[in-house]
Ligand binder design. Structure first.
Ligand code: FE2
Ligand code: FE2
Length: 287
């Protein structure tokens, strides 16, 4: 396990990056009213944003892996071109979260397994199916579900810096949530009945991981230690602690938003493609 840390090399590389994405420097850094927040609230916000930075980092790695398989399967170059922007978007989001952490007093220690940064496709499948498995997991499920959740987080945010950071992420992510459906629109006819059943099973597996992760965040379903370790992983706050102003959104809104997002942004588009994971098996955790 490695400690999660990010840094810059500076010089020409940083100048190129700043020119490509000037919005990072343009944020209202230094405007958080830190004196308004109790130390325990700041400590929780540091955990929230450390997890957020890592999620963005992991998503960047997952997008990159999916992109590699788009090349391998001979996907249309306009689709590849679009997807080649996504790793850069995710790196910008990593930096936004990291700079927010600097303002909050620094990241908390987070360890990760570098060998397991993103999903692996089935080794025995052909290149198109391998790409399809990754596009399903990363974009049709993971990225698609996050868009309505992020949008709600942004609408809930009050402080200018938090609002601007979330607004940037929401703006970049909009297309990340749609590209999975475009990919399948291109290649769905190439899959026979067994292959479509396999894709529904892959979607079911990924959706299952997602809803089980949400269930673990419910206060009633987790021991105190879990609250500490995972409770704020997606910016959940349990009430009027003030952390909501530094994190994302209150728990009371989070769960209904997340399940509505699963329905509208994941299950309905997959059903329209004939890849509804509920045809594979029911999703008991999703009402
Ligand atoms: Fe992102
Ligand atoms: Fe994304």
């Amino acid at each position: 396990m490695e400690v999660f840390e990010v840094g810059l090399i500076g010089g020409p590389a940083e100048r190129w990056y700043r020119k490509a994405r000037p919005e990072v420097e343009a944020m209202p850094w230094g405007t958080l009213p830190m004196a308004d927040f109790a130390p325990d609230v700041v400590a929780r916000a540091r955990r929230v944003w450390t997890m957020a930075a890592f999620q963005e980092y992991r998503t960047g790695a997952a997008c990159t892996r999916a992109l590699q398989h788009l090349f391998a399967c001979g996907a249309p170059v306009d689709l590849i071109a679009l997807c080649s922007r996504f790793p850069l978007d995710e790196v910008v989001h990593v930096e936004l979260a990291a700079r927010l952490l600097q303002e909050l007093g620094g990241a908390v220690e987070l360890r990760f397994d570098p060998e397991r940064l993103g999903p692996e496709p089935s080794p025995d499948r052909d290149p198109l199916m391998r790409a399809a498995e990754l596009m399903m997991r990363v974009f049709c499920v993971g990225e698609a579900v996050s868009i309505p959740i992020l949008r709600a987080s942004w609408q809930h945010a009050e402080l200018p810096l938090i609002r601007d950071v979330l607004a940037r992420i929401v703006k970049d992510e909009a297309v990340h949530g749609e590209v999975g459906a475009w990919f399948f629109g291109w290649c769905i006819d190439a899959f026979d009945g067994d292959e479509r059943a396999h894709l529904r099973a892959v979607a079911h597996d990924e959706v299952g991981k997602l809803v089980r992760s949400w269930e673990r965040f419910r206060p009633s379903a987790r021991p105190e230690r879990e609250v500490d370790l995972h409770g704020e992983a997606f910016g959940l706050t349990t009430g009027d602690s003030g952390a909501g102003r530094l994190g994302w959104m209150p728990e009371s809104i989070y769960f209904s938003t997340a399940h509505a997002a699963l329905e509208s942004a994941v299950l309905q588009p997959l059903a329209a493609l004939g890849l509804d994971p509920r045809e594979h098996a029911s999703i008991p955790e999703h009402p």
